[in-house]
Ligand binder design. Structure first.
Ligand code: UDP
Length: 499
């Protein structure tokens, strides 16, 4: 059932972290990177997952095992029938939204088999690290008699804003989801709408989700600590304030993507097969002037509607800058849009590269030729931009992305917004919001061009990148926090996770 790491670890007092990740790439990739980083510090890590999730991480885990890291991957089949989940509903790109409830139920049913497996594992687990969307790990950790940490690939700023909005009932009596509200309890003034920060699993008009949201919140509140994929120097005041608000220890361990130092793992990170040969992509970038290329991606879930794809393409073309555009699920577009993409590609041949599917994002962002990133502000992408020292054009689509945009534009001063104010996917009330080609062109020119503001954004981005690198190196804050985790959760007399 499990693929084993080196046998030498058995019988040691090493910390043994059990990771329970979510399947979505924005959760899964950083959780696995964190496990691998902990393993580089001497921990044993077991990643437990259903086969469809395990398949996405197997290549990365096996590569890590070959370098001698004590990382295991243990698979647990979902009980489709009992959970009302159609067989294989989790095997595609994303679990279809209509089955998400059943999927979460199916995941919760894995508790008993996972517990049985862990009881027999050596060394015995010393800590459960759970994605925050798996509240049932509270009972798993309690039965095993070990502490449980909640894992977020989110910034402390966003988490704190969301926490304070809920704790102080900031949206009470506010009818209009687009009415701006000041986030309570912050030193700086941050304004947000309910549509932009509805809270996790909130605002879905199905009672089950409301209950699930409460269960998630209880499990978060009762955790023994928090692991965040951010770094202290990026947002020291928010890390401290979030720890104080939650009354628990927060370990910042990011940017966890820094685990990937070799060309091979840089190219294959993302756990899916790249839609472009990474070497060809690198060669293409090698032919471009330093900092001249803009990279465009809306992450692993969001996708531009057909009309939006056309406006985005025309805006990129008009900007005059070389670009790489990761077009997710390009084959799902109607023939007109597919035709538009083909014609665009022909017109910008040599200057624009369309990647139809999964792009080797980290490899692209770390190339000298890239000078800016049009991003949907998923936290991983935002942090990856920071780590690469890149200014961003911000284009949030849903969930925490609006808060991440505020982080990039208002707190860090490295972003230019395209001005989207309402969610475009998931919790969105379906209405057509299209960012025009002129807006795209202006935002790209602004981030990529000359001028004092653009220079200032670049200067700030470079300074943040230097801080990110330092945090991950020996003596750095994230490096130290990883060491602390490994030490604190060694087997032995109860160490607890108190601050
Ligand atoms: N990613 C990638 N190639 C792609 C799309 C995404 O490597 O074509 C990676 C990206 O580097 C990031 C993650 O997938 O680590 C996406 O996470 P993020 O939080 O940015 O957005 P989400 O996909 O959760 O919306």
């Amino acid at each position: 059932m499990a693929s084993e790491g080196p046998a030498a670890i058995l019988g040691t007092k090493a910390a043994h972290f059990v990771f329970v990740p979510l399947r979505e790439q924005g959760h899964l990739i950083p959780a696995v990177d964190t496990a691998l980083l902990l393993a580089t510090h001497g921990a044993v890590c077991t990643i437990v997952a259903p086969p469809s999730t395990a398949a996405l991480v197997r290549r990365t885990v096996e590569a890590a095992q070959q370098t001698g890291l004590a990382v295991r991957l243990a698979e647990f089949p979902l009980d489709y029938a009992e959970s009302g989940l159609p067989e294989g509903a989790d095997s595609g790109d994303l679990v279809p939204a209509i089955y998400m409830e059943n999927y979460y139920r199916a995941m919760a049913r894995l508790r008993a088999p996972i517990e049985r497996y862990l009881r027999g594992s050596a060394p015995y687990p010393t800590c459960v690290v759970s994605d925050f969307v798996h509240p049932w790990t509270k009972e798993l950790a309690a039965s095993l008699g070990v502490p449980r940490l909640t894992f977020f690939s989110m910034c402390a700023f966003g988490l704190l804003c969301q926490h304070n909005l809920e704790r102080f009932n900031a949206f009470d009596g506010v009818e209009d989801p687009n009415e701006p509200v000041v986030v309570p309890g912050l030193e700086k003034r941050v304004v947000v709408t309910r549509a932009q920060a509805p809270g996790f699993f909130r605002g879905i008009p199905i009672p089950w989700w409301e209950e699930f949201g409460d269960y998630v919140e209880r499990a978060r509140a009762e955790a023994d600590g928090v692991i965040l994929n951010t770094f202290l120097e990026l947002e020291p005041e928010y890390v401290a304030a979030y720890a104080a608000a939650r009354k628990m220890k927060v370990w910042t361990v990011g940017p966890v993507a820094t685990y990937h130092q070799s060309r091979t793992t840089l190219a294959s990170r993302g756990l899916r097969t790249s839609a472009v040969d990474p070497d060809e992509c690198r060669l293409w970038l090698d032919g471009k002037a330093p900092r001249s290329v803009v990279y465009v991606s809306f992450g692993s879930i969001s996708q531009a509607e057909p009309k939006q794809a056309v406006e985005l393409g025309l805006g990129l073309e008009a900007s005059g800058h070389p670009f790489i555009w990761a077009v997710r699920n390009a084959d799902e577009y109607d023939e007109t849009t597919r035709g538009f993409l083909r014609e665009l590609e022909a017109r910008v041949a040599g200057r624009g590269l369309l990647v139809r599917g999964w792009a080797p994002q980290l490899l692209i962002l770390s190339h000298d030729a890239v000078g800016g990133f049009v991003t949907h502000c998923g936290w991983n992408s935002t942090l990856e931009a920071v780590t690469a020292g890149l200014p961003v054009v911000t284009w949030p689509h849903f969930t925490d992305q609006f808060l991440n945009e505020k982080m990039a534009v208002e707190a860090l001063g490295i972003g230019v917004s395209v001005g989207v104010k309402e969610p475009l996917t998931y919790q969105a009330v379906k209405k057509e919001i299209v960012v025009g080609r002129d807006v795209v062109e202006a935002a790209v020119r602004s981030v990529m061009g000359g001028g004092e503001d653009a220079e200032e954004r670049r200067r700030r981005a470079r300074a943040l990148a230097a801080k990110a690198q330092r945090a991950a190196q020996i003596g750095g804050s994230s490096h130290g926090n990883l060491q602390d985790l490994v030490k604190r959760f060694e087997a032995g007399p109860a160490r607890g996770a108190a601050a």
